[in-house]
Design a protein around this ligand. Structure first.
Ligand code: SF4
Length: 221
């Protein structure tokens, strides 16, 4: 992994899973636009998060736990790691007992399955596995507003998707390129749509295509 650029933030994987162009705008143009949604999400995160360990009997919760992977070239934080005492578990410096680790990512809004969040969560697990030579088969995404969560199995398919996403980010990061906009339903919820102008970009490209077609028609006459 080329480390001239430093590690890729884990949250960038989630953006890339949502839209590669969005991740590239954030990375190569350092554009960020707060929307009502992102502001609400950030406020909810700030209320919930402060780095700490909560111990209760045989379990502990580690909040805002820093993680990294040299192999993947990523770094960030786990919102929460639930640690359960297990003699076959791993040793981590923050705990005085061997533990099984279960990462939980906090998101705002109502419960819904979002692949990009699953990519981010799985990348966290892969970091923990590398850091503590352990195996983590599952984690969960917790929705703060609805107080509900769903479990995410870390399948081979999801792990490969994490690696593919990192590879795509590496490519646009090295080439300073921004992938073209694909106007889709998700653009309505994107805080970068004003800057991205997906519809306009398509109109412009359609216009160029039309000019090319007319020029070719003239040439054959
Ligand atoms: S507006 Fe659409 S194409 Fe543009 S960055 Fe957002 S999601 Fe991607």
């Amino acid at each position: 992994m080329d480390d001239d650029w430093g590690p890729i933030p884990l949250s960038r994987l989630s953006h890339a899973g949502f839209c590669l162009r969005r991740a590239a705008l954030l990375t190569n143009e350092q554009i960020w636009k707060e929307s009502a949604d992102t502001a609400k999400g950030r406020a909810e995160h700030e209320r919930v998060h402060a780095q700490r360990i909560e111990r209760r009997g045989e379990t502990a919760k580690l909040y805002e736990f820093p993680v990294f992977s040299h192999t993947l070239g990523v770094a960030g934080k786990c919102d929460c790691i639930e640690a359960q005492t297990d003699a076959r578990g791993c040793r981590i410096p923050a705990l005085d007992f061997p533990a099984r680790l279960y990462p939980v990512e906090y998101k705002h809004g109502e419960i819904r399955a979002e692949r990009e969040y699953e990519i981010q969560l799985c990348a966290q697990a892969m970091c923990l596995e590398e850091m503590f030579q352990t195996s983590i088969p599952e984690g969960a995404i917790y929705y703060i507003t609805s107080h509900r969560r769903y479990s995410v199995p870390f399948t081979e398919e999801l792990r490969n998707l994490v690696k593919e996403t990192i590879h795509k980010i590496e490519l646009f990061r090295r080439s300073f390129s921004i992938p073209p906009a694909e106007k889709e339903a998700k653009c309505r919820a994107c805080s970068l749509r004003e800057h991205c102008r997906p519809g306009m970009q398509r109109s412009a490209s359609n216009y160029c295509h039309e000019l090319r077609r007319e020029a070719m028609e003239r040439d054959v006459k």
